[in-house]
Design a protein around this ligand. Sequence first.
Ligand code: ADP
Ligand code: ZN
Ligand code: ZN
Length: 723
Amino acid sequence: MSAALRIALPVPLPNFFDYRLPEGRIPAPGTRVEVPFGRGRRVGVVTALIDDSPLPPEQLKPIERILDPEPLLDAELLTNVLWAASYWMGAPGEALSSALPLSLRETGEWPELGEPGWRLSELGQDPASHGTRRGIALQLLTQLQAASATEGELDVVLPGWRDAGRRLRKAGLLERFESRPEAPPWQPRPGVELNAEQRHAAEQVIAHWGRYQPWVLDGVTGSGKTEVYLALIEAALARNEQVLVLIPEISLAPQTGQRLRARLGIPIDVLHSNLSEGARAKAWMRARSGLARVIVGTRSAVFTPLPRAGLIVVDEEHDGAYKQQEGFRYHARDLALVRARRLGIPVVMGSATPSLESLANVAAGRYRSLPLRQRPGGSKAPSVQLVDVRAQYLEHGLSASLLGQIDATLARGEQVLVFRNRRGYAPVLLCYDCGWHAECPRCQQPMTLHQSPRRLLCHHCDHVMPVPATCPACASKALTPQGQGTERLEEVLTARYPDIPVLRVDRETTRRKNSLEDMLGQLHEGGPAILVGTQMLAKGHDLPNLTLVAIVSVDEGLHSIDFRATERLAQLVIQVAGRAGRAAKPGKVMLQTHHPDHPLLRSLLSHGYPAVARELLAERQTLELPPYGHQILVRADAHRADAWQDFLHAAAAALQGHPGFHLAGPMPAPMPVRAGRQRGQLLLEGPRRSLLHQALSQALSQLRQRPEARKVRWSVDVDPIDL
Ligand code: ADP
Ligand code: ZN
Ligand code: ZN
């Protein structure tokens, strides 16, 4: 046994690698080092100094160099990332890669933390030099006469200043300089007055400040959850602490960032995957140095260093987007809880439709619930009406009563949201003569017809095919789009209401940065309009003149084989419905369905989400499904089905003899073919998580050596959210 540096390297293996202790400076855990590995070099992170390496000293290779002047990851973050790797059964090196911004996964140097600032040049300080500048140029000069400012500050106080800035700089009146990094000073500002429920919620959290406590801010849509977050963020800022705010979607980042910035009066650091690598690394490092006080980010922001942590907020905690679905499959909400525990801080999880996991934790006393049942300002929760579309004539999927309500709403000068969770023109292209339909050759699933540009697109693997002019099977011309996607609804509604703006919001139309913001901005003040879109519209957006939500169909979700489908459907309906009647005007929701007697819909409409959640939880308990039972899913795919079968049978055999769980499979995946690969799965289910973990980690170490493992792509998903 010898002393060594234990290092995590970015390779898909569960183990660490030991290297010789260098002479001179010994890099502390959390420091990046470059080491020889195989025939090349790798960048790894020191995880421990050990004195019991199984390798004899002469077999320990020396490290090449130390990359960081001090540990890049502090003890808390390093410990939790390694904990995450072991909990979600990922490779520690890959978990660390998820945690670090791209440039810092390699040999990259620490980014400069200063922000570019602008000030008057010597010439510019003489007002006589300003000439007859007007408009934004004059405002900019006036602003900078008072004090120099960072670009971030100018973006807030003078949006659109950059062109003027460039011109004035060319004219020699302004200079750009690298400002020294400093944490922005914060002063309390007056905000809205919280109502009694909000105040009570905030007071409770503050009363338990400074120690770990999960809170579920269970607030109906429009109940003012964000105002509660703001009050708590202020409490943290007043104590000079940092706050991490997790949000589920990139599209919500600008809006959330602006709202916090406007209210708190300090720059907000935003971290998400659409940022340039440089900007991301910088925000991460600003958090690490304590310069960033409030950090808003999507899933991967859960790895933000928080040396002065005061609070973590997880907004829309029920959202499936918090689960990483490829590579290192972690769950950001769950990791946020683990970090909060080690950091000794409260974590506030907000939702109008809390996940069954969180509700079960409330029931068990581990989390505490903060209910918000009122909408402040007197707006009422919208009324929901089922529209039975059996035996009704539908105009492109829209019933007469739905169209009648749309007519009436637009006539009153109000706005309508038409919700359909399918992008594209039509989900199926069918031949009326022979029954042929366009199918993806790689997935054996129907291809979606898209019109702009016109093509057949597989939503599972992105395979594209031209649209045939005649049926490839019988040469008939009777090829007919079946069903409605958002593109088709947009077309139908535009034709029916030629004078009303119809805006479509889905992945196609919002690809461009800020396009969603721009579209919703148009509607914020506006008169009658129709918004057609997918679940991107379910979240967060506040449109005061939107009074009707028309849900075209959610029937697919009623018959899914995934046991979580009902929970998701209930959440989606409530979230979409919550877009209606957010301000003074009352809202209405119409939900078209072929199954008006379905117990889930009945229950949701007559008793609301809490009742549905209770029923679903009781069902899960009876069936020993999560959150009452635990699951780990082993997935495998290959060009041939026998390859995954061999692998999963070997896995099942390796699991034999371990106690405490039940095996389902090996069996084909719910989608047995995808992108040309045959897919199978093996599900471990049991009441004790630790037994599942133990059995599987032992089985995996055997399995990795087996020849069957080399013939498949395989992965392990702990607490899978889709089976
Ligand atoms: P949620 O996040 O719960 O859907 P928001 O925080 O966005 O709700 O609040 C909904 C609306 O109500 C916003 O326009 C917000 O400004 C307003 N609001 C929230 N709390 C109050 C309050 N105490 N008094 C007046 N208006 C409020
Ligand atoms: Zn045909
Ligand atoms: Zn496909």
